[in-house]
Ligand binder design. Structure first.
Ligand SMILES: C[S@@+](CC[C@H](N)C(=O)[O-])C[C@H]1O[C@@H](n2cnc3c(N)ncnc32)[C@H](O)[C@@H]1O
Length: 189
């Protein structure tokens, strides 16, 4: 399924040969998929999944994730981070703008009570009050705005929130710990 979503042409061949859909319709389906992926990539970070092996390391060494945690993944893609978090016993919420990825995750975690997902822009709306850790693999240009969002949310929650950033540093914030290309920040209310 990830392969199908990851490669629009794979999805088109799947629909053609399993559901006998005419190429004319499939061309339009393909166009819509390309527009949605390109559109979300223009709005923020494009879809590039984190690596499961690295997540297993950082959830032990960078931030010890446990069943006490609620992790929010800002831009949750296909749900790889949510799956890893739930395997560590934590609850996880994914917020994803791309409707294809959001629906894929919704189906993926339909029977996992620890994981929930919503299709939305993470800059809009509040995070759950019991959020303990926020994960982001975003776009370098967005990091300041993301940090501001998490600061505002920590104020509402009235407790510190840990922020794990993959690949991009957050300007003006002190790194608490670094592991590979991941940085841990503590955002105080
Ligand atoms: C680099 S991918 C990371 C996916 C996932 N977090 C992971 O690490 O595997 C970034 C994701 O953020 C999503 N995204 C970008 N801007 C967003 C926004 N403003 N609100 C919600 N999702 C967004 C993209 O659609 C994409 O799936």
């Amino acid at each position: 399924m990830q392969l199908l979503l990851g490669r629009p042409s794979g999805l088109l061949f799947y629909l053609r040969y399993n559901f006998n859909m005419p190429w004319e319709i499939l061309k339009w389906v393909g166009l819509v998929i390309v527009i949605v992926f390109a559109g979300t990539a223009l709005t923020g970070a494009p879809f590039v999944p984190s690596r499961r092996k690295e997540l297993d390391i950082i959830f032990k060494k960078l931030y010890k994730l446990s069943k006490k945690d609620l992790l929010v993944d800002l831009g949750s893609g296909d749900g790889k981070v949510l799956k890893a978090a739930s395997d560590f016993g934590a609850r996880a919420l994914g917020i994803e703008l791309n409707p294809f990825l959001a629906i894929f995750s919704k189906i993926r975690f339909i029977s996992n009570p620890r994981v929930s997902t919503k299709m939305s822009d993470f800059f809009h709306g509040d995070l759950p009050l019991d959020t303990t850790v926020v994960y982001v693999f975003g776009d370098g240009r967005d990091m300041k705005r993301i940090a501001k969002k998490v600061e505002e949310q920590a104020q509402k929650m009235k407790h510190p929130v840990y922020l794990i950033s993959h690949a991009f540093e957050i300007p003006g914030h002190k790194i608490q710990k670094r592991c590979r290309a991941y940085m841990l920040y503590k955002i105080n209310p």
